[in-house]
Design a binder for this molecule. Structure first.
Ligand SMILES: Cc1cc2nc3c(=O)[nH]c(=O)nc-3n(C[C@H](O)[C@H](O)[C@H](O)COP(=O)(O)OP(=O)(O)OC[C@H]3O[C@@H](n4cnc5c(N)ncnc54)[C@H](O)[C@@H]3O)c2cc1C
Length: 491
């Protein structure tokens, strides 16, 4: 088999490795100058110092999925990447000044919840048991299974309905917990995969059990080290990589893909094409004109956009943990604005990344490294980010300074930001969405973009828009689905 993989995001890299382990000749092409996609690294220099920032994912869960990729070649992840445990997994800070350290054992979590409500602390084991049931069905049984067409979806539906997949993550959480802050802390996870907790199927509450089962980790040197290790693994086993290689068209003949045509005209022949570019974008824009499906972009709801401000400081904020979630005053209301009425809110909910909390060498000595992420409406909202970015960043900076980073404005040494425009122009994400299509029930499993094109039988899809969905574990698992479709099993 001669396979071309379009895109070196986590999903594309995992697919390339799985194909190579099956003996295929594999070439990965990406339009960016290096690997990682949303998980690329930004390298910057200022004041004679080098700063780097993981652009996207920072919370590494289910490292077993990467161990599996190394094991395909008789190698071990731990020989190439050192995974550091993160403690706490997240710190949740609420607008009233209270905080909940999330993560650890059942007893630790219960004692944190008890700060808010002893009844809720008692309810936690039942919530965990529910999350485990969802994990067993949604992750272990269905996660890496192909869903092609109605039949396979119909087979899964009774089990999904028994688990009340129609209920939202927030509604499920509210069944167990009464305190609004506890409800927020245990329902926020869909935002990490592009969903509104009030609209995302409760199947995604499996994320809590997944975190409990395998923990939360950070690769020493950043997520980019993991990306580099995957590329190096591929190179050791014959996978070829081409950067700055922008695919213009997937060429076809008689209903079969024959390869890809790059900007500049070069054609790479293939017997199998796997697209890690957004699946909707691939169907609507990368096929020959007569086969393009413009509806792929309009028939689905794309996730929210992201505003991310990367910055380094010339002082160290030693008391700030690795992952902090700073909730705004409102929750339902701000999410409604982002996902439904598509307005920019000035009540910010912020995720703050401080990798130096786990890996002190991540920043130059005496310096600290951060990114602050705020979910915002995607480009359907028509917000002019050229105009809005600077005032929005100023608001974000003053919120951070007020709530968690005192003296921030005096000590920034390097900074840059990205808006939904970056996702649209560099990653070719429809509507500049952060996570491809949202994970609501009507866009889950068989309702996502299929992992194989309906009418081009050797064109496959991996990545956030496909089954099982966004997030690093999801996209790496989507490569298993493709392997199953091609070979009937996973190695
Ligand atoms: C800011 C941010 C924070 C996140 N945090 C987390 C987290 O903490 N934990 C977690 O698990 N997940 C997180 N996620 C989600 C996770 O990063 C993504 O779901 C996942 O990385 C997407 O991987 P993917 O395989 O879909 O490919 P992508 O990363 O989307 O990569 C696709 C690649 O395809 C390339 N491409 C597109 N079109 C073409 C073309 N025509 N020709 C050539 N190449 C092309 C692009 O250049 C890109 O490199 C985060 C995402 C973001 C944006």
């Amino acid at each position: 088999m001669q396979a071309v993989v379009i895109g070196a995001g986590f999903g594309g890299l995992a697919a390339a490795l799985r194909m190579a382990a099956r003996g295929a000749q594999v070439t990965v092409v990406d339009r960016l100058p290096g690997p990682g996609g949303r998980g690329r690294e930004f390298a910057k220099s200022a004041a004679g110092l080098s700063f780097r920032y993981d652009a996207g994912p920072t919370v590494l869960t289910a490292p077993v999925l990467f161990e599996e990729l190394f094991a395909l070649f008789g190698e071990r992840l731990s020989d190439h990447v050192e995974l550091l445990p993160v403690t706490p997994w997240y710190q949740m800070r609420f607008a009233d000044g209270s905080q909940l350290d999330y993560g650890g054992s059942t007893a630790q979590i219960q004692s944190e919840i008890a700060k808010f409500s002893s009844a809720d602390a008692q309810a936690y084991p039942a919530f965990l048991a529910h999350s485990q049931k969802l994990f067993e069905k949604g992750y272990e049984e269905l996660g890496d299974q192909p869903f092609l067409g109605w039949q396979s979806m119909l087979k899964a539906l009774p089990a999904m309905m028994r688990l009340r997949a129609d209920r939202s993550v927030y509604a499920l959480t509210a069944r167990y917990f009464q305190d609004e802050r506890v409800r927020r802390a245990f329902s926020i996870q869909p935002l990490l995969v592009g969903g509104n907790p009030f609209d995302t199927t409760s199947i995604y509450s499996l994320i809590h059990y997944l975190e409990r089962k395998w923990g939360v980790w950070f690769p020493r040197g950043g997520m980019a080290r993991l990306v580099q290790a995957l590329v190096a693994l591929g190179q050791r086993h014959g996978v070829k990589f081409e950067w700055d290689a922008d695919v213009q068209t997937i060429t076809t003949q008689g209903g079969q893909a024959t390869g890809v045509q790059l900007r500049g005209g070069r054609h790479l022949p293939a017997s199998t094409v796997i697209s890690n570019a957004d699946a909707g974008h691939t169907l609507a824009k990368l096929l020959p004109l007569s086969q393009q499906q413009p509806k792929a972009l309009t028939s689905k709801q794309y996730s929210m956009g992201l505003f991310v401000w990367y910055f380094s400081t010339k002082r160290v904020y030693a008391n700030v943990p690795h992952h902090t979630i700073l909730f705004g005053h409102t929750y339902r209301e701000v999410l409604h604005k982002i996902f439904e009425t598509q307005q920019l809110s000035d009540d910010l909910s912020i995720y703050l990344h401080r990798p130096t909390a786990t890996d002190a060498q991540y920043a130059p000595e005496g310096h600290d490294s951060f990114y602050a992420l705020v979910p915002v409406p995607n480009l359907a909202a028509g917000i002019d980010w050229q105009q809005q970015a600077a005032p929005f960043k100023a608001l974000l900076q003053s919120e951070l300074e007020r709530r968690i980073l005192p003296g921030l404005s005096q000590c920034i040494v390097d900074e840059h930001m990205v808006t939904p425009n970056y996702f649209a122009s560099e990653l070719l994400a429809p509507l500049g969405s952060g996570f491809s299509i949202t994970p609501k029930l009507t866009q889950s499993a068989g309702f996502r973009f299929p992992n194989r094109a309906a009418d081009i039988s050797n064109l496959y899809f991996v990545g956030a828009g496909t089954h099982p969905g966004a997030g690093v574990p999801g996209v790496v698992t989507s490569a298993k689905v493709v392997e199953r479709l091609l070979f009937g099993s996973v190695q």
